[in-house]
Write a protein that binds this ligand. Structure first.
Ligand SMILES: [Zn+2]
Length: 286
């Protein structure tokens, strides 16, 4: 429980609180992708690889630039924790915080996923989402969030007073990345970053502002699909929380596999070019 305020409200408190918000990053200045140019390729593309992610574990895969990648729920309701890297430079990776600032708390059709500083550019464009009907529910919940971080053994240890659990998404991602790159667990771990919570249904409570989750509405066969703007290394964990309707960081929840499908289109989207790294000159006023 948070303590009650200890500071008396000023006389003009109501007026101060009634000021209307403005959008931090108005989307009319954000370059938006030509979604129809991407979607025009979807009817004629070839499935070239399928990767299965076992429950309570993670796996990696590669997506060449200009290929499509589908993240699929093939069996039962299951949440996935997604990391994305530049395949040729592990230091460039998905930046959940800035993607959230630019697109909102949850991502979907037409949104772009951005990489970290100093690269900061769109690395993936979402081209299909079979859960786009969900929108926001009465609790303020929605799917595919970029607000959570990933379940991890450190928070679990803090909250459970010395608990040791080794199949949180953070550990699963660390193991899979170490296996793929040959890095030691100690060197692989710092590359694991805040995730895109695939299929997870989350929000913030209106009264206390607390992060909440609820049973994912995902059905068998649902998927989120993106177009790779650069060569990508994907890494995803099938969360030990299953559909995240009750708890994670344990072996209690029913868990299912996830599938990843890589598709090669017959041609490039009209007018498409791989985005260059960010144009800021990095002099920082020195
Ligand atoms: Zn998890």
């Amino acid at each position: 429980m948070k303590p009650n305020p200890i500071t008396a409200a000023p006389m003009d408190a109501a007026a101060r609180k009634s000021i209307k918000p403005v959008i931090c990053y108005p989307t009319d200045t954000l370059p938006r992708p030509d979604l129809s140019a991407y979607r025009a390729l979807r009817d004629d593309m070839e499935l070239i690889e399928t990767v299965i992610i076992p429950p309570r574990d993670a796996a990696t895969w590669e997506v060449p630039a200009s290929h499509f990648c589908r993240l699929v729920c093939p069996e039962g309701p299951q949440v996935g924790d997604l990391n994305l890297f530049n395949l040729n430079n592990l230091n460039e990776r998905f930046y959940s915080g800035k993607t959230r600032a630019l697109n909102g708390t949850h991502v979907g059709l037409g949104d772009q996923l951005f990489s970290n500083f100093p690269y900061m550019r769109p690395i993936a464009t979402i081209t299909h989402d079979t859960l786009d009907w969900y929108g926001f529910d009465e609790f303020g919940g929605s799917v595919h969030d970029v607000i959570g971080t990933r379940c991890d053994p450190y928070t679990h240890n803090l909250l459970s007073h010395d608990g040791q659990y080794h199949h949180c998404c953070h550990s699963n991602l660390t193991r899979a990345l170490a296996k793929k790159t040959g890095l030691s667990p100690e060197l692989a771990e710092p590359h694991v970053h805040d995730v895109l919570n695939l299929f997870m249904c989350t929000g913030f409570t209106r009264d206390t502002g607390q992060y909440f989750m609820k049973a994912s509405p995902v059905r068998r066969g649902d998927y989120l699909e993106f177009f790779a703007e650069i060569d990508l290394l994907g890494c995803m964990s099938a969360c030990p929380g299953g559909d995240c309707s009750s708890e994670h960081s344990s072996d209690t929840a029913a868990c299912f596999p996830l599938a990843v499908e890589i598709y090669k289109p017959k041609r490039l989207p009209q007018g498409w070019q791989a985005p260059p790294v960010n144009g800021y000159d990095r002099s920082h006023g020195f």
